[in-house]
Design a protein around this ligand. Sequence first.
Ligand SMILES: [Zn+2]
Length: 335
Amino acid sequence: MDDEIYIGLDLGGTNIKVGVLNSSGKLLSKVSVPTQRGPEVVIANMISAARKAVDHAGVDLNAIAAVGIASPGSLDIDAGMVLHCANLPGWDNVPLRNRIAEALGAPAILENDARAAAYGEFFAGAGRRSHVRNLIMITLGTGVGGGIIIDGRLVHGQKNMAGELGHSIVVPDGLLCGCGQKGCLEMYASASRVGQRAVQALQDSQKPSTLRGVLKTSGELTARDVEEHARHGDELAWDIWNQTCRYLALACITAVHWLDPEMIVFGGGMAAAGDFLLQPVRHHFTANYWKLEPPELTIRISELGNDAGITGAAALACALLRPYADNKGIRNAGK
Ligand SMILES: [Zn+2]
């Protein structure tokens, strides 16, 4: 049992990441290869990358206890299928889980990528401390994704839609989201929208701003531009950044009242801002939180970064084998 290993596969639009973890939860090896196009090619790439990672880890392919696969797109979790995916053209009704399981000769699970990352952060990242049993992760990338762990378990909901935190409405009758709702968090706090909101603010006001030069040169603004110029004291950039943190804080307050987590973790590209993101979010959280009693919530930045997906996928694969264990990840596996 001590030699059991778990594989975590993270299928992204650009890269496939694979991690091999041992039964103590240690990452033994990591491989990243380009995703390329079309399900057949991509599945072949996933399998060869997994074999390469096993080889790099110096373990035997027969030692694989289970495989976890984190995938974007619309999934049928129970059937292990990718139904369709905007980032992966040609992926319609692909039985990804079974294809991988057959090729690697081990049981496998399929999970949404943001949920897998949340689980990874829960057991081996910011939430690994034993007192954390309830954690919410909010991923700030092109969109706003999320994952919810309650009582140590990843929450799926009736249609595996639990954790779509980016579509929490934070502004009544606000900006129209691609999902058809108005005022979704994603329309205000995703990395792409922060840049676009800054462009709009420049167009709507005559205020001097150092961002005007950047916009003139590159024709667009990124969340990183807004962050940098806010750090350097640009008032308009700071207003956008600070407002973004306020929306995030309001979403956190709602999440706390619904689910009472010990921890909320921010991940994704914008979380690289670190304290510059956390401090205003914490400020707005405290300022707006109810006064009945002080909050007992820790708000942090992801500790695993890009490894959260592979780690979480592997840990969920382990949980599949030990569904009734008190499973704080795979540290307890094999005992
Ligand atoms: Zn929406």
